[in-house]
Design a protein around this ligand. Structure first.
Ligand code: C5P
Length: 298
């Protein structure tokens, strides 16, 4: 039986502008998102289906991760079967490293890893275009993980465009420090705060103008791109986030921002960044159990 091992990277939103609420209840956004070298691993072992029905199993090395049908890996498997009529089977082993409720896209990335693995086991039944449609139906943050590169995402997340080579080169390989407090933040709650605070939206025109200005400035630094208009509404309740971000910016001169709807944040690191001192400052503010991980933009 063949076994596949698929890396499921975390992501950071370098630029995130939520531009308004849509008729379907979701939000339109404009975001520059990049995968990082840190992530989960999904091992997938092909199994024979039974009685013409696809069969799946899911195990995870982290007992805190639900392995029932609420896990996006399960939803991905079901969606794949629905889209293809595949009657094979697979056993998934998830090596979970990306914290949950973090805005780092862990669940979405795992789901896309499952889709990629099943499509390979099934001999490529789905085109990349169909995979993107199936991914979009699983979650707004899923399609971006099919690109394996920094992208701009628009719509509710389903319109994904790779950055031009020169623009992507400003991000590739950049060292980043990811850090997250002990608590997670619910994405629907964070979007609910945007709805309750309509002044927090950035217009689509403003968002596109800011993004175009950065893209069209040759050699513009990644630091100049960082912004997230969810940070204020989230920070109004979870003040530990803006407090620490302000401290890191002031003490270490780094560009730092919240990723997605939080609670994880990240800082861009220069080659000589004092990572140990930054880690100590994070753990002093958020406690020893805060998650801290140094990685790079992939
Ligand atoms: O698409 P996904 O299931 O990941 O979204 C989770 C929740 O986040 C949605 O139910 C919605 O409340 C909110 N959301 C949104 N607009 C987006 C993405 C997510 O309002 N573009």
């Amino acid at each position: 039986m063949s076994t596949l091992s698929i890396f499921a990277p975390a992501k950071v939103n370098l630029f995130l502008a939520i531009t308004g609420r849509r008729a379907d209840g979701y939000h339109d956004l404009v975001s520059v998102v990049a995968p990082v070298e840190f992530g989960d691993t999904l091992r997938v072992e092909a199994q024979v289906g039974g009685g013409g029905v696809a069969r799946f199993e899911l195990e995870c090395d982290d007992a805190a991760v639900p392995v029932d049908e609420t896990n996006l890996v399960w939803k991905a498997a079901r969606a794949f079967v629905e889209a293809t009529g595949w009657t094979g089977g697979a056993k998934f082993f998830l090596e979970k490293r990306i914290p949950m409720g973090a805005g780092l896209g862990g669940g979405s990335s795992d789901a896309v890893a499952a889709l990629k693995a099943l499509n390979e086991l099934a001999g490529g039944l789905l085109s990349l275009e169909r995979l993107a449609e199936v991914a979009a139906a699983l979650g707004s943050d899923c399609p971006l993980f099919l690109a394996c590169a920094p992208v701009v995402m628009r719509g509710r997340g389903e319109r994904v465009e790779r950055l031009a080579t020169e623009v992507a080169a400003r991000l590739h390989g950049r060292r980043v420090l990811l850090f997250k407090p002990d608590f997670g933040i619910s994405t629907p709650w964070a979007f609910g705060r945007m709805v309750a605070t309509p002044t927090s939206y950035l217009s689509a025109t403003q968002a596109e103008t800011r993004l175009a200005a950065w893209m069209n400035t040759p050699g513009a630094r990644a630091e100049e791109l960082l912004s997230n208009n969810m940070a204020d509404v989230v920070g109004a309740k979870f003040i530990a986030l803006p407090t620490l971000l302000a401290l890191l910016r002031a003490r270490f001169g780094v560009a730092a921002q919240m990723s997605g709807s939080g609670s994880a944040c990240f800082a861009l690191l220069a080659d000589d960044a004092p990572v140990a001192a930054m880690t100590a400052a994070i753990q002093e503010a958020w406690g020893e159990t805060a998650f801290v991980m140094e990685t790079r933009i992939a």
